[in-house]
Design a protein around this ligand. Structure first.
Ligand code: HDE
Length: 717
């Protein structure tokens, strides 16, 4: 039996003694963690190469054989170990117990808000135009930075539907070489509350009622409208929710906003205040309400499917990052707008959005749980040259995000999860704790130290983050109060509403009528109508009429905005069609040549042609069919082309045509098709085309690039 070697025990060879205070040869500056497993921002599997590095963080799942968690090969995973084939089951079956125990713990708590999301890897290309404004290298210099982006709804549970009326999260993690920067924004530029202390209130009001836990993923219920009608600073955000912005067509077609004002610090120490904007290359487009409702039943995963399909097909979604730049004055206002009030936007007409770079989403996550579910964002993840401001909503967020990850991700070491690992070297002196996967080296995780050669060193003024910008704090009494400038809760709601086109305003009125129509308490409806009267008298009257209630007495009328902001409307313009879906409806009379020409033309525009036939049987030339008359519904298509020539159209085909017509989408029919008449479609209406495939193609794509034939929506009475 070999003896155990105890250092320092009698007879053992003692290592030379060091005085604890005597400095050792400084070890080279080192990463806090051993070599991380390779990241997969471009879709490379996390475990790729892990076996090669062999490090303790590498945990490959690549072996060809089924094993236990300890790597022992297994012969059977289909039968538990029993005393005879009819049991009982034996406790000694380690594989059974390990498999079931792990399964029992597969779920983690969902996010308290933004639980349902979809994400992608990508790259941010800086134009290098922001060098005069910030020393953040990923913005100041030309070059590319890897990113991970998660989109989400706010209210629904993880298993809820995508096309609900709600705000959307738009969170971007930039893995810069100066540390990770998170821009944790929304698709709406303002927020419900001005002070973070009100966040639990608005979320409790918006989430399902505590007694029956209904309704799921909706704001159309009493507690939501009770709160927002009483807490009038929510009115601006709420009118955005009631507009088409609340039901995006796709994550790829949403704007993103940092919401708060941030401070940029330039290399010379100069500062500006900024608001961040993401502008989608495909334009800002929405569903109509009936479409959204149908989609939630028919394809609850509509938005995550759309995002993943577009990326997989190579139609990489893109956004331009832009900055609205304001002088960093003592008042922190711009044109009378308080930049610290998160319920206010600054119209783009007053402060144009200056482009600084382009984001492209290029790869889908390899594993939903590992990446999309475990990613942890934080508005306090900042890099040198980007600082927060005193916006009281942002200040509370700085506390919340770290705190929530500790319970959601099971402890303080979530930044070691691959998707959360910075791409910059880390040496944080944070130690131990639940789920520690790093094997730390050295003996001195404290400063100052001499034992680890004084490492880690602190940054100098030029390369440090979290600058604690030396802004003077005005002498003031401690108080629980808002500044006077936060008191105006209505003028920007009016600005937003009146800047919309007539069709969009009609959608807003219909949305209020729907949501308040779902409330039971009359006093809540009356109170909210009173608030609408303070936004716009006609809007209030229209909603009241739809509810069968008296129009509220004219409230102190909101001041007519001096200037409207046309940038707030999403109607107008022609936009790229990448990733749009064209349904091609076939029957026995359709000719393969027409199908080929149409499919090729659609695919050539980076769109997706989907064949809809009576059954799934491939066409005679072998062309595959993706949908049947039974499995297709109009909501998944941006346009429909009917190559069906049957004299007596099937009711399911007629329904496809009628719905797409009602939703003002582009439609094309063969010459003399009986379908328009059967579906009640006016062939002379805008966006309705009749002719051979070759004749209609050009006009079809033009109609699609306008998103909808807006003129087809019924004019307001
Ligand atoms: Fe969040 N928010 N939030 N929020 N938020 C979270 O953090 C919170 C706010 C936003 O895809 C939580 O990791 C407070 C504004 C997005 O993982 C939590 C306040 C904006 C996401 C949290 C706000 C956002 C979150 C839940 C008021 C737009 C999803 C899970 C003071 C600028 C990020 C988590 C993802 C998530 C707290 C207000 C955007 C609880 C306390 C304003 C996009 O920490």
């Amino acid at each position: 039996m070999s003896s155990i070697h105890i250092p320092g025990a009698p007879g053992s060879e003692r290592p030379p003694l060091h005085e604890p205070t005597e400095p050792r040869t400084p070890p080279p500056a080192k990463d806090d963690q051993r070599e991380p497993a390779p990241q997969s921002p471009t879709g490379r599997p996390w475990n790729d190469g892990a076996a090669a590095t062999g490090g303790p963080t590498a945990r490959t799942q690549g072996g060809a054989h089924l094993t236990t968690a300890q790597g022992a090969r297994l012969r059977d995973t289909d039968h538990s170990l029993k005393a005879g084939s009819r049991g009982p089951t034996l406790l000694q079956d380690h594989h059974l117990r390990e498999k079931i125990t792990h399964f029992d713990h597969e779920r983690i708590p969902e996010r308290v808000v933004h639980a349902r999301g979809a994400a992608a890897h990508g790259v941010f290309e800086s134009y290098g135009t922001a060098g005069g404004l910030t020393r953040a290298r990923f913005l100041a210099e030309k070059g590319s930075t890897e990113v991970f982006v998660r989109f989400s709804t706010v209210l629904g549970s993880r298993g809820s539907a995508d096309a609900v009326r709600d705000t959307r999260g738009f969170a971007v993690k930039f893995y810069t070489d100066e540390g990770t920067f998170d821009l944790v924004g929304n698709n709406i530029p303002v927020f419900f509350v001005q002070d973070g202390i009100k966040f639990p209130d608005v979320i409790h009001a918006a989430k399902p009622h505590p007694d029956r836990e209904i309704p799921q993923a909706q704001s159309a219920h009493d507690t939501f409208w009770d709160f927002v009608s009483l807490h009038t600073e929510a009115q601006h955000h709420t009118i955005w929710n009631m507009s088409d912005r609340g039901i995006p067509r796709s994550y790829r077609m949403m704007e993103g906003f940092g919401v708060h004002t941030f401070r940029l610090v330039a290399p010379d120490g100069g500062t500006v205040l900024v608001k961040f904007h993401w502008k989608p290359q495909l334009g800002v487009h929405s569903l109509v309400w009936e479409e959204a409702q149908l989609a939630n039943g028919f394809d609850p995963d509509m938005h995550r499917r759309d995002l993943a399909d577009a990326i997989e097909s190579g139609a990489h979604p893109q956004w331009e990052l832009g900055l609205q730049v304001f002088p960093d004055t003592e008042e922190q206002t711009f044109e009378g707008i308080d930049l610290l009030d998160p319920t206010k936007l600054v119209p783009e007409e007053l402060a144009p959005v200056q482009p600084v770079g382009r984001l492209s989403l290029t790869a889908n996550p390899t594993n939903y749980f590992a990446e999309t579910e475990q990613v942890a964002f934080h508005p306090g993840h900042l890099v040198p040259g980007i600082e927060v401001t005193d916006d009281p909503l942002l200040q509370a967020r700085l506390f919340s995000y770290l705190d929530t990850q500790i319970s959601r991700l099971g402890g303080p070491n979530f930044s070691q999860i691959p998707v959360n690992r910075p791409h910059a070297p880390v040496n944080d002196m944070l130690r131990d704790g639940m789920h520690q996967t790093a094997v730390h080296e050295g003996v001195a995780p404290y400063r100052p130290n001499s034992l680890d050669g004084g490492c880690p060193f602190t940054a100098g003024a030029e390369d440090g983050a979290l600058l604690d910008f030396p802004q003077a704090v005005p002498a003031a009494e401690r108080t629980r109060a808002n500044p006077r400038s936060f008191e105006d809760h209505f003028s920007q709601a009016t600005l937003f509403y009146r800047s919309l086109s007539a069709v969009e305003r009609a959608h807003v009125a219909q949305a209020y009528a729907f949501e308040l129509g779902k409330c039971c308490e009359r006093t809540i409806k009356e109170r909210q109508l009173g608030n609408l009267a303070r936004i716009d008298g006609e809007l209030a009257a229209e909603v009241a009429e739809a509810l069968g209630m008296d129009a509220p007495a004219p409230a102190s009328p909101p001041e007519d905005p001096a200037e409207l902001s046309p940038a707030l409307s999403q109607v107008g313009g022609e936009w790229p069609l990448d990733g749009r879906q064209v349904g091609i409806v076939l029957d026995a009379e359709s000719t393969p040549e027409d199908v080929r020409v149409l499919r090729d033309a659609v695919a050539a525009r980076s769109m997706v042609p989907l064949l809809i036939a009576p059954t799934e049987a491939p066409l005679t030339d072998g062309t595959p069919v993706q949908r049947t008359w039974l499995t297709a519904r109009s909501v998944e298509f941006d346009a429909l082309v009917f190559l069906a020539g049957d004299d007596r159209p099937d009711p399911r085909v007629t329904l496809l045509a009628a719905e797409a017509y009602r939703h003002s989408k582009a439609l094309a029919f063969g010459p003399g098709s009986p379908l328009p008449q059967a579906a009640g479609i006016e062939t002379a209406a805008p966006g309705v085309l009749t002719g051979t495939v070759r004749e209609v193609l050009g006009d079809l794509f033009t109609a699609m690039s306008r998103h909808r034939a807006w003129e087809r929506f019924a004019p307001r009475q």
